[in-house]
Design a protein around this ligand. Structure first.
Ligand code: PBG
Length: 319
């Protein structure tokens, strides 16, 4: 059954379509800005006018949607740029929603404070003398406000990536109050404290200025705990799950697929993209085959859709 491509195609178990891929965009203030991200070849910080061009290309390729991140003009302790009515992602959403050519794309807004806080943490920070820690409960109203603001600006889906406990319930309530009861929550339910987010923090200018994220993101050694995180988020009203990173956590994705009957995505994160590109540049891996294998692996593990910086390249291969 492996002799010809026709036979292999007939018995292939896992398929990847352009509509199953989500492409992340990093919006920045200004005009005509297209600033390359050093560690992520082909990925840029884009002003809204440039992002619209990129989005039209994604729509033409038949991608499923976009995941929007923003870099504000100014950061502060609370991350107020995240929920500003004229925040960078809010403006981007409004512009994209006006463009009918983008109707085929689901607009997903990442919800987190780390790109907006001066300290780079995903929630607000309390300082006690020499020590500082991220305050879970005090961060919830700010995250909820951010989700409501993004939905009001036009997000089809909000995707909390902050990993504070209780944020899904807080967001669900805030969305209802804001008159956005139909906005689904795609929860990064199992998000591990990972070294593979390194390049993203350059792209989003969101590296923590002190400490790390291990007090709120999960320990990479824990699968059972990941299942509890998912259970909690679903009980709080999450509609879909996002698992991340991808390749080092395929078993976690598989376990979640077996246990939970809800739509689930996997995020092939910046470090996965960067390491593959580094090998491509050296001629150590065949780009097209390695890219497609990495994506099909995530689908086979159980992901319904994939957030990936390869989305456009893979859609071109799929034709
Ligand atoms: C924000 C956020 C991060 C990523 C997605 N949302 C970074 C982090 O948690 O530090 C990483 C995505 C990637 O590496 O591509 N909290």
């Amino acid at each position: 059954m492996r002799r010809t491509e026709a036979l292999r195609g007939l018995v292939r178990e896992t398929h990847l379509r352009p509509g199953q891929m989500i492409y992340p965009l990093f919006l920045v203030p200004g005009e005509a800005v297209r600033k390359p991200i050093r560690s992520m070849p082909g990925v840029f910080n884009l002003s809204i006018d440039e992002a619209l061009k990129e989005a039209r290309e994604c729509a033409a390729l038949g991608l499923g949607g976009l995941l929007l991140f923003g870099l504000p003009a100014e950061k502060d302790e609370q991350g107020s740029g995240a929920w500003a009515a004229d925040g960078i992602v809010q403006q981007g959403l409004q512009a994209m929603k006006r463009d009918r050519a983008l109707d085929g794309l689901a607009m997903i807004a990442d919800v987190c404070l780390c790109e907006y806080t001066s300290h780079g943490h995903c929630g607000i920070v309390a300082r006690d003398g020499e020590h500082a820690h991220v305050e879970n409960d005090a961060s919830l109203p700010l995250l909820a406000r951010t989700a409501a603001s993004l939905a009001t600006a036009g997000a089809d889906v909000v995707a909390p990536s902050d990993m504070m406990d209780g944020r899904v319930a807080a967001m669900r309530a805030a969305l209802d109050v804001a008159g956005k009861p139909d906005t689904p929550i795609l929860s990064y339910a199992a998000k591990f404290a990972s070294a593979f987010y390194g390049p993203f923090r350059e792209a989003a200018d969101s590296a923590p200025q002190f400490g790390d994220r291990r007090s709120y993101q999960m320990d990479g050694a824990n699968l059972r705990e990941a299942m509890r995180e998912i259970e909690q988020d679903l009980a709080e009203g999450a509609d879909m799950l996002l698992m991340k990173p991808g390749m080092p956590y395929l078993d976690v994705i598989r376990e979640a697929r077996t246990r939970f009957d809800v739509p689930m995505g996997a995020y092939q994160v910046s470090g996965e993209y960067a390491m593959l590109h580094a090998a491509f540049e050296r001629g150590w891996l065949e780009p097209e085959r390695a890219m497609m294998e990495s994506l099909v692996g995530l689908r086979r593990a159980g992901a319904d859709f994939i957030v990936t910086y390869f989305a456009k390249d893979a859609a071109r291969v799929l034709g």
